[in-house]
Design a binder for this molecule. Structure first.
Ligand SMILES: Cc1ncc(COP(=O)(O)O)c(C=O)c1O
Length: 472
């Protein structure tokens, strides 16, 4: 009987021992044996519950003193890797499984508590419970056919819900048949670039400050992308008259990214006049149009001329970038070209579209945006007052709106202030990073682009303090 027990435990050990290639010489016998056993448990070669050979058997097998094995077993029992059961030997503990989990799965990337880079948001505020309820309702109501491939232009329920939402909240003229669902603005912009290219458009003017990834989408498609300078009235659209007829222009009219100005009423009209006169196309990136803090947001440009403006909206700022959900409202004459450029495959999960439809139609989207607006407004006000009090030479540029602010710095100080910010663990961007590479000079000088929406409520006071200290 004793022999039988020893044999089954020994065979488990023998297997593990072969895999371990135990070489205990020179490594300190007890330490070496301990590490070899831990590794066997971690890697799963010794499963939880496995009985280990007796100390005598193992000592004989390895040619070491029995006391070395006994001490090693006792240490591993104390550490929680093994359990000693009176009368039935030593076993691999079940807890050891939990102990090995962190080693197996890669640690999630850690965000700095002071990450104020544009593009991020306070992910702790994602409405998880509301989203789960929307998911439950949407999946319960979905017809069986919803689990198949979807319409490449997007689910009609969502396009209808967005048409209502966009006309109510942003003054967009939106026929559901002209809405295309995309996997983020970036995706939609690429589709439009291809569609316009196919129509013979070779030039899309862009704002002289903006994100390089969007400039790259256009230039990768072979577009020439001249820059429009920015002043307090937004993009200087009069420069568009110099372009060849039938060109396009990509703008952020509600809230210039990143400088934060609204396109003036005069320029809105001048822009649309240009488009009508020359057969031009305006691409309106309304990325954060819901977030205006001093008054109701000015409606989208598209509502004034749906035949010359392509409207882009996204859930990335209002809810979360992880959704990869965005929408494009396309002028009727461009729809066939956009359909061709989008291709015949659906690119956004049908189930996510149905959940988002419920989120919009149930009023949860409005409530969420209202809550976020309230919080972002307060943070922006705190930022402005802290700078007024502690760094009066630093000005916040642009309107009270959006999720980020440009802090205009004394001339020539951008690099040194970025270094000071980095020393304080702050992740912020320099304004010059957003400058169009072909645009001359840097009319807005030195600046920081700081996202005041990206850290949690609890981290915000310290992040604000560091930011103000870095620029003071
Ligand atoms: C200027 C601008 N447009 C659009 C977007 C949204 O892009 P996407 O929908 O691809 O996340 C962003 C997000 O950071 C942005 O900064």
């Amino acid at each position: 009987m004793a022999n039988k027990r020893t044999t089954s435990a020994d065979s488990a050990w023998a297997q593990a021992g072969i895999d371990l290639h135990l070489d205990l010489r020179g490594s300190g016998l007890r330490a070496g044996l301990g590490e070899a056993l831990r590794e066997a448990v971690r890697s799963g070669r010794l499963a939880p519950g496995t009985r280990l050979p007796s100390s005598r058997t193992l000592a004989e097998d390895l040619g070491i003193a029995r006391s070395t094995v006994t001490e090693c077993y006792s240490a591993l029992v104390e550490e929680g890797w093994l359990v000693a059961r009176h009368g039935s030997g030593t076993h691999v503990a079940h807890r050891a499984e939990a102990a090995r989990a962190p080693e197996r799965s890669a640690a999630p990337p850690r965000r700095s508590p002071h990450e104020l880079e544009p593009g991020a948001a306070d992910y702790a505020e994602f409405p998880r419970a509301v989203w789960l309820s929307a998911a439950r309702r949407a999946l319960t109501a979905a017809p069986h056919s919803a689990f198949g491939y979807g319409d490449p232009l997007g689910r009609m329920e969502l396009r209808t819900a967005l048409a209502d939402y966009l006309s109510r909240v942003r003054g967009v003229y939106a026929d559901p048949a002209r809405i295309v669902i995309t996997s983020g603005f970036h995706h939609g912009l690429g589709i439009l670039a291809r569609a316009l290219r196919g129509q013979g458009v070779g030039t899309i003017a862009v704002e002289a400050y903006g994100l390089d990834i969007y400039r790259d989408v256009l230039s990768d498609d072979g577009m020439s992308i001249p820059a429009l300078e920015i002043d307090e009235g937004g993009a200087q659209v009069d420069a568009l008259s110099a372009l060849e007829p039938g060109s396009a222009a990509l703008l952020t009219p509600a809230h210039q990214f990143p400088l934060g100005f609204a396109l003036s009423a005069e320029r809105r009209h001048a822009l649309l006049d240009w488009a009508r006169r020359t057969g031009g196309v305006v691409l309106e990136d309304d990325y954060d149009g819901e977030f205006r803090y001093d008054r109701r947001p000015v409606g989208a440009l598209q509502g004034l001329d749906p035949d010359h403006v392509v409207y882009f909206g996204t859930a990335s700022k209002s809810v979360a970038p992880a959704l990869r959900l965005a929408w494009v409202v396309v002028p009727e004459h461009l729809l066939p070209a956009v359909e061709r450029a989008k291709g015949r495959v659906d690119t956004v999960s049908v189930l996510d579209q149905l959940i988002f439809t419920d989120f919009v139609t149930s009023g949860a989207f409005d409530r969420h945006v209202r809550g976020r607006r309230h919080s972002y407004r307060a943070r922006r006000e705190q930022l402005v007052s802290a700078l007024d009090a502690q760094a009066p030479e630093v000005r916040v540029v642009g309107m009270p709106a959006g999720l980020q602010a440009v802090l205009q710095l004394p001339e020539g100080t951008e690099a040194s202030i970025l270094e000071a910010a980095a020393r304080r663990g702050l992740v912020v961007s320099g304004l010059s990073e957003f400058r169009h590479p072909d645009a001359a000079g840097s009319p807005w000088g030195s600046g920081l682009v700081a996202n005041f929406s990206s850290v949690s409520d609890s981290a915000w006071p310290a992040a604000l303090q560091s930011l103000v200290a870095a620029v003071s």
